[in-house]
Design a protein around this ligand. Structure first.
Ligand SMILES: [Zn+2]
Length: 486
């Protein structure tokens, strides 16, 4: 038996969300043709429809990176063992997940290579060569790449052994500039998530036990999925001078003294596609925000009478007009499928707006528009149709954000005491904000007892003065967002 036969068949029906959210998620991802399992354990195939979403995400992010002064470059996939091993915390954090190359062709390598799990350790030595003086700073480089982390348990898009991402790596003259950059990019991620993905996020600082291996401070954006579990959607790290000291990245300062640079790194991954599925999807399948939908509008002609002579030319003219205005539109004129089948199919695949046109509509000089988000169906006059469609797409984008925000607000609670906290965590998933003393021991005990972790500490944390840690009762230093997470 070949390995391929281990890949389960595509599901015919989608498991109801209410019955098994995890199963529903996988069914939607596979059935909507976003991704599939592959013959390589733990690795996925991103199918054309899923990859088109990734390309639109890349465009939205890349535009923002460039607008904030960043440029793209590319560094090697392989990292010599000795370079990875230099930063102790980093090694400890990543070594258990690293894939090794020990042979090239028939030759044993003198020095084993690792497949990059992230690129600080290959970029650091290059920055050490490129940077001489304060005049060379800042360096603001981003890389679009794949990375490999050997995962034991995987799930399409959310956790796979190989995944696609972008990683920004910057070098600065001062600690203040590095901190500004770290928060600027966190802001870019938040803006992208909320405006392009219609996904509200909580931004804040990670606790020491959850920060990136080798970073001084890690910040994250956290989103709430449809089952009430949180998902880390992006991270931005202030690396301080840790990597600079290890890789000897120095520059001559304005006062002629030799100084170490201040670094940052930040990344988001194809995991965001999974987040979009879980934030917006429903029993009918995927719902895509128009900004990242490969097809924003699908036109389904109703085949009655001599429709190829009457309906089809009108449908083509509408398609051309919409496409001419920059709307991503697809005309599904396949003879092989019925309109009903097409309605279902494009609903399942999350197309925001369906445009139906038949002989009767042409008589009345109108079309029928069906929204995927609300499932509302209404006729619209042919006159001014393109502008109407554009307005509707903007409305759908906004409605999806508002709906997700309302869901998050309904699933957010405050708990000052531990009993109350446990009751909420047991009964109703979602975010809970609670006072915390800052101790890693308390954090670990809470996790062991309730499975809830600290997602982050809000940047604008309400003052915790006079409050007691929900676990140990010691004076609280901050409020923290808790949730069960992916
Ligand atoms: Zn405590």
């Amino acid at each position: 038996m070949s390995k391929e036969t281990d890949i389960p068949e595509l599901p015919k029906e989608i498991t109801p969300q209410s019955q098994d959210f995890g199963r529903w998620y996988i069914d939607v991802v596979r059935r909507a043709e976003l991704a599939d399992y592959s013959p390589v354990k733990g690795c996925m195939v991103i199918r054309p429809y899923g990859y088109a979403i990734w390309e639109l995400m890349q465009q939205g992010l890349d535009r923002r990176f460039k607008a904030t002064g960043h440029v793209n470059a590319y560094f090697p996939l392989f990292i010599p063992q000795s370079l990875l091993m230099k930063e102790a915390e980093h090694v400890e954090g990543f070594a258990p997940q690293v894939a090794w190359v020990t042979r090239g062709g028939t030759e044993e390598l003198e020095e084993p290579l690792v497949v990059r799990p992230t690129s600080e350790t290959i970029i650091g030595p290059m920055y050490a060569k490129w940077i001489q003086s304060w005049r060379d700073l800042p360096i603001l480089i981003n890389q679009w790449a794949n990375v490999v982390r050997w995962e034991k348990v995987t799930r399409l898009f959310l956790r796979t052994t190989e995944f696609l991402w972008q990683e920004g790596h910057t070098a600065h003259e001062t600690a203040e500039e590095a901190q500004e950059e770290t928060l600027r990019m966190l802001g870019v991620y938040k803006d992208f998530a909320e405006n392009d993905l219609a996904m509200p996020v909580l931004d804040g600082r990670k606790t020491d036990s959850e920060k990136f291996a080798g970073a001084e401070r890690t910040y994250s954006i956290e989103a709430l999925m449809g089952d009430g579990r949180a998902l880390q959607a992006g991270t931005s790290h202030n690396l301080g001078q840790n990597f600079a000291k290890v890789y000897d990245i120095t520059f001559q300062g304005r006062d002629k003294s030799l100084q170490y640079i201040w670094g940052t790194s930040w990344g988001v991954t194809t995991r965001l596609i999974g987040a979009v599925v879980m934030v917006h999807g429903d029993e009918g399948g995927l719902i895509l925000p128009p900004t990242i939908a490969p097809y924003q509008v699908v036109i389904v002609p109703i085949p009655r009478g001599n429709w190829r002579e009457t309906v089809l030319p009108r449908a083509q003219a509408i398609r051309d007009e919409l496409a001419g205005r920059g709307v991503r539109v697809m005309l599904d004129d396949r003879d092989s499928q019925t309109p009903g089948w097409k309605f279902n199919e494009w609903e399942l695949r999350g197309v925001p707006l369906r445009l139906e046109i038949g002989p009767k509509d042409i008589e009345k000089s109108q079309v029928v528009l069906a929204r995927r988000d609300t499932r509302e169906k209404a006729s619209a006059p042919m006159e001014g149709l393109a502008a109407h469609v554009e307005r509707l797409l903007a409305t759908i984008q906004r409605t999806l954000f508002d709906r997700a925000l309302k869901f998050r607000e309904e699933h957010t609670a405050t708990a000052d005491g531990y009993d109350e906290f446990k009751t909420i965590m047991d009964g109703r998933p979602g975010f809970v904000i609670s006072p915390w003393c800052g101790s890693a021991a308390c954090e670990a005990e809470i996790k062991a007892e309730t499975q809830a972790t600290i997602r982050n500490i809000p940047l604008d944390s309400p003052p915790a003065d006079g409050k007691a840690c929900l676990k140990c009762g010691a004076p609280a230093t901050a409020h923290a967002w808790f949730a069960k997470a992916y």
